[in-house]
Design a protein around this ligand. Structure first.
Ligand SMILES: [Zn+2]
Length: 217
């Protein structure tokens, strides 16, 4: 835990003490989702547009997935990241191995991360990395603070994200043949993922996939 995250960690600690694990939909005590609500609608088939090579996303953004992701974004609760990862993992192609693949979370701009105290994509990426042994790396940096995508129309979303991501020089001097799997919580128009994949392509990584918990329907 970095020092600047301590207020968030404290709030999470107190919150968990006051409100032990409850279903995020109905509030039943016991787990983050009760057995009645731990049921998700399978994602519709959605082709990822170039420069993405493909999309792995198990769940439709509807029903219990909506309050689950809201609770996750609001609290940054790691136990919820594990719930999301458990849905994604059976969809991981077998060729995504620790030797060939790298998980890269979609970054927030540092000012947004500072105020929020965590990056929900990085927590999910970490949960996936811990379960699979596939390494993860913060290979991307958000160059400028973009407007919140939800408030913009489709054309404006693409415009908003042009040049938003920069590829960091990675200390592990990654071969350019490494398969990159971009991790985020939800795939809406795909504009964010395509912008990030475009930056990676420009840096020489040509095999870039998107992986999210949910897909907008
Ligand atoms: Zn419930």
């Amino acid at each position: 835990m970095r020092w600047r995250n301590w207020p968030v960690a404290l709030v999470q600690y107190l919150y968990r003490g006051l409100f032990p694990s409850r279903c995020v939909v109905c509030g039943l005590r016991g787990a983050a989702l009760c057995s009645a609500h731990a049921v998700f609608t399978p994602a519709p088939v959605r082709e990822a547009a170039p420069p993405l090579a493909g999309l792995v996303a198990p769940v439709a953004y509807s029903g219990a997935a909506v309050p689950l992701l809201e609770a996750y974004k609001y609290t940054g609760d790691r136990s919820l990241a594990v719930v999301l990862a458990a849905e994604i993992l059976p969809k991981f192609p077998p060729e995504w191995t620790p030797e060939t693949t790298l998980l890269v979370p979609i970054p927030l701009h540092w000012t947004r991360q500072f105020w929020r105290g965590f990056n929900q994509s990085a927590l999910l990426s970490r949960a996936l990395a811990e379960a699979t042994g596939i390494p993860q790396c913060a290979l991307l940096r958000r160059r400028r603070r973009t407007q919140q995508q939800a408030r913009l129309g489709k054309a404006a979303r693409e415009q908003n994200l042009t040049g938003a991501f920069v590829v960091r020089k990675c200390a592990c001097s990654l071969p350019r043949s490494t398969r990159i799997v971009l991790v985020d919580d939800v795939y809406t128009t795909g504009a964010t993922m395509r912008s990030a994949a475009g930056a990676l392509h420009a840096a020489g990584y040509s095999d870039v996939f998107a992986c999210t918990f949910a897909v907008a329907v």
